[in-house]
Write a protein that binds this ligand. Structure first.
Ligand code: UD1
Length: 362
């Protein structure tokens, strides 16, 4: 039995690590061969290599090195490269995770070669077709043989789309497997100079709809400057956002209470979030991580594909209007703290359930 696991971009690494480790463990008692393919969608040390080190992921067996490009260009390059890998390796299963371009590209390629395909983190829906990730989710779920979901809302989404129940398997959240495994180590790392436990907010901002035009990005930067007068902000900046700030000719004013850093490694980032007063983000995964950590999360979007983080967890959608965001931050700083509750099956064992199901479906 040969299984190819695919990673491409930063949010994939923490989802794949526990599956890879569970497969390697199982290979001691069962004949299982695992190949890790990195498409190279993300390639900077801070966006890729450091995660392999932090999460103890071995070097990929194959690196496609596709790099950046337009959506069509990037997706097409992954498809061409991955087709060659599938033809050489002849795997029984291809496992893809998340919603990035590499996820979709590898799922289509594998299916058209008649290879069984599993999608981890299936069934999430923002219902916002202007998000490239929503298109990736819908297309991947339409064709994958096995759809591993993180919560019951995802199961309902898939059922509404007419997916046969035999294809759907509620397993929990592999990103949370990784979080729980590494939390103690992360919490014990030193905080950046100048901030103290509970006395700062963390900001992440990279979604194309927020950062790709000056009209959307600049008001958010101004909002951060205002917010930082009440509480210092740590802002690990995504390469897309940094590039756009440079293009728009914007720099953080001297003396600002915003601490700008390079993208952080996994452990450093989780440590930072675990001690934060609040998180302000447009990321998907961070909504889930803050839910488990019990840290208030204000999501600068009008929708989320992860509504359980609002109904059960500590997340709140605050949109992108600067005045609304400032009001929401003020409430959180002044004591409006959500209660910590963790969704069912987000217990650190999702990857084992996935591996059990894939191996039994062989
Ligand atoms: C991708 C995912 C997004 C995910 C995000 C996490 C898609 C459609 N988007 O967005 O869902 O939330 O990753 O980071 O797949 N760049 C670098 N170094 C890198 C990677 C990117 O400098 O290692 C820069 C390049 O200028 C590139 C830009 O970032 O053009 C955007 O990269 P891309 O992979 O296209 O999308 P992300 O914004 O990272």
């Amino acid at each position: 039995m040969k299984i190819i696991l695919v990673v491409g971009a930063r949010p994939n690494f923490m989802k794949v690590a526990p599956i890879l480790h569970a497969l390697v463990k199982q290979s001691v008692v069962q004949s299982v061969q695992v190949k890790l393919v990195h498409t190279g969608q993300h390639y900077d040390r801070a966006m890729s290599t450091s995660f392999f080190e932090d999460l103890d992921i071995p070097q990929p067996d194959v690196h496609l090195g596709v790099g950046s490009g337009s959506h069509a260009e990037q997706t097409a390059k992954v498809m061409v490269g991955f087709e060659g890998v599938c033809l050489t390796e002849q795997p029984d299963w291809v496992v893809v995770v998340g919603d990035v371009n590499s996820t979709l590209a590898c799922a289509i390629t594998a299916k058209k070669l008649g290879i069984k395909t599993a999608h981890v983190e299936a069934g999430l829906r923002s219902r916002d077709m202007s998000m490239p990730e929503e298109i990736n989710r819908l297309c991947t779920d339409a064709i994958a043989d096995l759809l591993f979901t993180t919560d019951d809302i995802a199961n309902q989404n898939l059922a509404q789309e007419g997916v046969h129940p035999d294809r759907i398997c509620l397993v929990g959240n592999t990103m949370i497997d990784t979080l729980l495994k590494h939390l103690t180590r992360a919490e014990n790392l030193p905080l950046p100079a100048g901030v103290s436990n509970g006395g700062y907010g963390v900001v992440t901002l990279h979604r194309a709809s927020n950062v790709d035009t000056a009209q959307t990005l600049l008001p958010l930067i101004e909002m951060m400057q205002t917010v930082s007068r009440d509480l210092p902000l740590v802002f690990p900046i995504h390469p897309r956002t940094r590039k756009n700030l440079e293009t728009f000719g914007v720099s953080m004013p001297a003396g600002s209470n915003i601490k700008l850093t390079e993208p952080l490694g996994y452990l450093e980032f989780i440590g930072l979030v675990s001690h934060a007063n609040f998180v302000l983000t447009d990321s998907g995964g961070i909504q889930e991580e803050t839910t488990v950590l019990g840290v208030p999360c204000l999501t600068m979007r009008n929708n989320t594909e992860r509504p359980i983080t609002c109904s059960v967890g500590t997340n709140r959608l605050v949109g992108t209007d600067p005045e609304t965001i400032k009001g929401a931050v003020a409430s959180v700083i002044h004591g409006e703290r959500p209660v910590k509750r963790i969704p069912p099956l987000w217990d650190g064992h999702a990857a084992e359930r996935i591996v059990g199901r894939v191996l039994s479906a062989a």
